[in-house]
Design a protein around this ligand. Structure first.
Ligand code: G3P
Length: 219
């Protein structure tokens, strides 16, 4: 299972990279805005900075909603670095753009996916990744994990290569359930990755080991 960090914050990306378990980065226009990255040139430079930190796929999202605009933006993004994956929304022109990019060998991440039918279309169009937003489904009392299960079943039925990138991950149980179901990737905040570390028995056990060692050394 690949771990992507879902942020445009360079310090957090560095921290996850230093941990040694990071496989890539996902961003979106909201996350870029949160870091105060504005203006096309700054945005492109920020993607380059992210690619310099992480040796893995970096999703960079198009802003256009029409086919021609998405193609123009996506080609410029893909030219920035070989690890850039063009993130395209699940809309009609987005599906066409994914097919276009796929035929040209440009990798894509189909975003804002909330149903199995959308995930099937993304795979048919040749998306490299599909991003079902599980947290946002949970927010509206719909089981996000059930969607991951459905997509896994459908993709396995037909041998689609599209990787399931569980997005909008909010807590550790999302990560563990996605791993059980067989999502290929999860993307979440640094806090979720660090929370996977935590267990009170680990902390108390370590405390006892160190106390016993110190006693045995006469300290
Ligand atoms: O990867 C998608 C993600 O950025 C959305 O997460 O927490 O805003 O639903 P969230």
């Amino acid at each position: 299972m690949k771990f992507f960090i879902d942020t445009a914050n360079l310090d957090q990306i560095r921290e996850a990279q230093d941990l040694g378990v990071l496989d890539g980065v996902t961003t979106n226009p909201s996350l870029m805005a949160k870091e105060g990255i504005t203006g096309q040139e700054n945005i492109l430079n920020h993607y380059k900075a992210i690619c310099a930190i992480v040796d893995g796929d970096v999703s960079a999202e198009v802003i256009s909603t029409d086919f021609a605009g998405m193609v123009k933006e996506g080609e410029a993004l893909a030219a920035l670095h070989p690890n850039i994956v063009v993130k395209v929304p699940m809309i009609k022109d987005g599906v066409k753009a994914i097919r276009y990019f796929s035929d040209k060998g440009i990798r894509t991440n189909c975003t804002l996916v909330f149903s199995a039918g959308q995930a099937l279309l993304a795979a048919k169009a040749g998306a490299t990744y599909v991003s079902p937003f599980i947290g946002r489904l949970d927010d509206i009392s719909t089981d996000g994990l059930e969607l991951i299960e459905k997509i896994r079943l459908i993709y396995d039925n037909y041998g689609f290569d599209t990787q399931i990138l569980a997005a909008s991950v909010r807590h550790t149980m999302h990560v563990i359930a996605c791993a059980e179901i067989g999502a290929d990737v999860m993307t979440g905040p640094l806090s979720v990755m660090l929370a996977l570390l935590k267990h009170p028995l680990t902390d108390s056990g370590l405390e006892t080991f160190l106390a016993d060692y110190n006693k045995s050394q006469g300290k």
